[in-house]
Design a protein around this ligand. Structure first.
Ligand SMILES: [Zn+2]
Length: 150
């Protein structure tokens, strides 16, 4: 268990496309646990590996403090509808604004052992999935803000 440093806006790593995970070893499990610890410590609901300086396709999400999602090599299979809500990002402190996201999503992802799983999510969980998966392609919520808070 360790808290990792969160990379902030302006760092090139946040704008770089992350690579697929191909090795499902012990260090992947350590990284995922560290990402959860780092996210909870910072009061976040999601965190992507590039935010801790690692360019691999991994993200973690927990919006209710109970259900923990670990998404390795996530792939959006389906999405539908639109919802708009206020968002922020642990890598963009002090910034928040309204972003449009899919209302529902079906996502395929592996877990730390490489097992493939299917997730059907909606509401705020879908927002978090969409936000975190964007990070893996170097996309930040500030790129999508429709109305920024002052
Ligand atoms: Zn973010």
């Amino acid at each position: 268990m360790a808290i990792r440093e969160i990379v902030k806006l302006g760092d090139e790593v946040l704008r770089t496309k992350a690579k697929e995970v191909t090795k499902f070893d012990e260090s992947l499990g350590v990284l995922i646990d560290d990402m959860f610890d780092t996210m909870f410590k910072a009061d976040g609901v999601g965190l992507a590996a590039p935010q801790v300086g690692i360019l691999r396709r991994i993200c973690v999400v927990c919006v209710d403090g109970v259900t923990k999602y670990e998404l390795v090599n996530p792939e959006i299979l389906k999405f539908g509808g639109i919802q708009r809500g206020a968002e922020g990002c642990l890598s963009c402190p002090g910034r928040s604004g309204i972003v449009a996201r899919p209302k529902k999503m079906t996502v395929k992802a592996q877990d730390r052992t490489g097992e493939s799983k299917l997730y059907k999510v909606d509401g705020f969980t879908a927002v978090a999935f969409s936000h975190e998966i964007d990070h893996l392609d170097g996309v930040l919520f500030v790129d999508k803000i429709e109305r920024e808070d002052e």
